[in-house]
Ligand binder design. Structure first.
Ligand code: ZN
Ligand code: ZN
Length: 213
């Protein structure tokens, strides 16, 4: 499975634009491309996608983690270009998307082969659970329900091995013990502390980062 960070507060590749927000693309052979979150600005999202060679029309599934502007901002831009993607939003999502195949998510459900949602946690946010060759890897938006809670919820799918995305103000670092991949992105306030504690497991996030798992 391949994860490409499309939108982040930092960049890893020249030419890409950094901005407050998060979005990434999840791909694997024989699976529809999944866009997870859409950043703040549709223009920046489309700019970064174009530079990364991502075709908006090929995206088969769009998953929105939660209803905050820095994750939903580019959604309308994508929907203008892509008319057919299935959309998964948390049940608390406020916007109506008329004429589209939208699933409001409450419970943990499969999204496609080897990809699941944790379900909406604490009434606000869902995360992606990827069953990769490197084990279970989580893709999170802002982790408002708490990183520990998300890991607990995802553990019903197997032992969690990795996590990538925004950790917000999470600092109960013991909860990351035993993970082999930790990639704090976007809104993670204690990223420096996490890197100090887990230097071997930590990966520097940024738009353009590609993980092959
Ligand atoms: Zn948020
Ligand atoms: Zn955020």
């Amino acid at each position: 499975m391949k994860i490409t960070v499309v939108y982040d507060n930092e960049v890893r590749e020249k030419g890409l634009r950094a901005d407050w927000g998060f979005s990434c693309l999840v791909e694997a052979e024989g699976m529809p491309q999944i866009l997870f979150d859409t950043g703040t600005s549709g223009d920046i999202l489309l700019h970064n996608m174009q530079l990364l060679g991502i075709n908006t029309n090929v995206i088969g599934i769009i998953v929105i983690s939660h209803d905050h502007f820095d994750h939903t901002g580019g959604l309308s831009h994508i929907l203008e270009k892509n008319k057919s993607a299935a959309i998964y939003v948390p049940a608390s999502f406020s916007k109506h998307i008329p004429g589209r195949n939208v699933t409001p998510v409450k419970e943990p459900i499969p999204i496609c082969d080897n990809v699941y949602t944790t379900g909406q946690l604490k009434g606000i946010e869902q995360s992606l659970v990827l069953n990769t060759r490197s084990g279970i890897v989580l893709v999170v938006g802002c982790s408002h329900p708490g990183v520990g809670e998300i890991i607990d919820a995802a553990s019903s799918y197997g032992k969690v091995n990795g996590i990538i995305g925004g950790f917000h103000e999470f600092r109960d670092l013991d909860r990351l013990h035993g993970l082999s991949l930790i990639c704090p992105c976007h809104c993670t306030q204690h990223a420096a502390e996490i890197k100090r504690r887990f230097p071997e497991q930590c990966l520097e996030c940024g738009a353009g980062l590609v993980l092959e798992l």
